[in-house]
Structures are given as C-alpha cells and as structure tokens.
Write a protein that binds this ligand. Structure first.
Ligand SMILES: [Zn+2]
Length: 277
C-alpha cells in the first residue's frame, strides 16, 4: 500500500499541536514495525487547486505569510509544508481510486479550515481540496468523508455549505454529536454502508484524539479505536469502496514529552488497514 510522504510536509508548528511534525514520526514508526508500505513522494497542490476550497485571498495571504495560518502564526516553514499536506491527501485519493484499494497520507490539520479562515491547527482543508479536485477532474462523481476525529469538522461543513455541493460530498463527522462508544461501534458498519454506497472513494480521518487519555479527547479506549479502524476498513473492503486515510488529531504525551501514545494509535490504524485486524 502506498503512503504519500515527503519531509517537505513536515514543519515545526511552534504550537501545542504536534500535528505538523507528526508525518515523519508516524512513517518512521511504521517502517520500524516492518509494515508493508511503499513511501511515495506526493505532488504539491497548486494555488488554483486550493482556490477550489478556499477564498483566493485567504490562500494567497497564508502562502505569503501575510495572514496567520491555522496555528495562529506566520511561519514560512508551515506555509511551505501546506501544499504537500493537501497534495499527499489528493494523491492518496487518486491512488485509492486507481487501485480500488487503500492509500494513506500521514497528515493532519484539515477539518477546522473554513472557506475563508483557518483555526484549531488547521489551515487548508485537504479533505475538501481533495474532494473538489476529484470531482472537478471527473475522477469521482461522489466523494465520501468519514471524519472520526474527536472534534467537529466544522470547516468541512462550512465549505460544503458555501459551495452548495452537499449532493456530491457526503460528510459525516463524529465530533458533531456525542455518541456512546459501544453503540456507535455497533452501528458503524451499517452507517458506512448506508451513507457511502454511491461514493467512488472514502476519505477517512482516523483521528487519535478520541482516545480516553487524550487531553482533548476522552471518548474511546485503545481497543475501541482499534475496533473502529477494523470496521471501517473491513466494511470498505466488503463494499469495494476505495479509502484514502489520514491521521488527524492526537495530543497525548508520554512521561518524556514524546508523542509515543499517539503514534501507537496510528500504528494500530495502519495494522487494521493492512491486515484487517
Ligand atoms: Zn481533533
């Protein structure tokens, strides 16, 4: 399975969120585990591709560091990384459709980015940049987004509403309502079958921040998150639904201040994707 990664998507976000630095650590962890993945360099998106999901003045302002990014700073390094994080998601989406299987973009920082502003560690909405490119190019007729981060994907809803394409982008975000974990997992497979049966690809945000110990989470145990991932990938397999997935949030630290607990959750997602358990 392809993982669209380049060191160019990594930047120090100068913030509480480790998300901008996480791609490198996640990929290193997967390689250490010996997971059967091919690392592929993603293409950067163009400003024109970003304009499809965002107000052009906002895109230009962020890329030239005139407007703060979603980390509320004007870091040139973050600005430079953003065309690769969205680019990786788009390449993963295209590859999943091409192969009819799964692909991964080890990136975060998408779903709070609205049409004309960022926030909550999100600058450009790579889920929407990807969806709109796949739709505009005719690669997909309908795109599904399953956002299992702990938080509401308000930016995704905002852009869908601004552009009026609710019919072609089917968005479900678990952060909008508080589900009881056991009943949520019990109904997840049916929810996926019902929502996404007409979709050509599913973009899956496999957030690590719902974890019970996450400072911004508190929803699911490690075993429940594993079950979530297994259900998503196995249901998609059964439906022959291509999946492009990414990391989304995760803020736990261990005693040494490292993000090992977050990486372990992403390891479990990769294992579920590759092996089905
Ligand atoms: Zn989150």
């Amino acid at each position: 399975m392809k993982v669209f990664y380049t060191p160019k998507m990594v930047a120090d976000s100068e913030s509480f969120s480790p998300s901008a630095a996480k791609p490198k650590l996640a990929v290193e962890s997967w390689l250490t585990h010996g997971f059967n993945i091919d690392i592929v360099e993603p293409s950067p998106v163009t400003p024109e591709q970003l304009y499809r999901a965002h107000k052009p003045d906002y895109v230009d302002g962020v890329l030239t560091c005139r407007i703060p990014n979603g980390f509320y700073n004007r870091s040139k390094a973050v600005a430079n990384s953003l065309i690769y994080t969205s680019g990786a998601m788009l390449d993963a989406g295209k590859d999943a459709i091409l192969t009819g299987g799964f692909a991964c973009a080890p990136v975060s920082g998408f779903h709070h980015a609205c049409w004309d502003k960022g926030g909550g560690y999100c600058t450009f909405n790579g889920l929407m940049v990807t969806s709109l490119d796949l739709l505009t190019s005719g690669t997909a007729k309908t795109v599904g987004i399953l956002d299992c981060d702990n938080h509401y994907g308000n930016g995704t809803d905002d852009i869908i509403k601004c552009l009026g394409n609710e019919d072609r982008i089917i968005h479900f975000t678990t952060g909008k309502s508080r589900f009881e974990p056991v009943s949520f997992l019990k109904t997840l497979a049916d929810r996926i079958r019902n929502l996404y049966s007409a979709c050509d690809v599913l973009l899956y945000q496999a957030g690590a921040d719902p974890h019970i110990n996450d400072p911004l989470g508190g929803w699911m145990t490690t075993a429940q998150l594993q079950e979530r991932d297994i259900i998503v990938f196995e249901t998609a397999r059964e439906m022959s639904l291509p999946v492009a997935w990414n990391l989304a949030g995760g803020y736990q630290r261990d005693a040494n201040g490292q993000i090992l607990p977050v990486l372990q959750i992403h390891d479990n997602t990769m294992k579920a994707c590759l092996t089905g358990h």
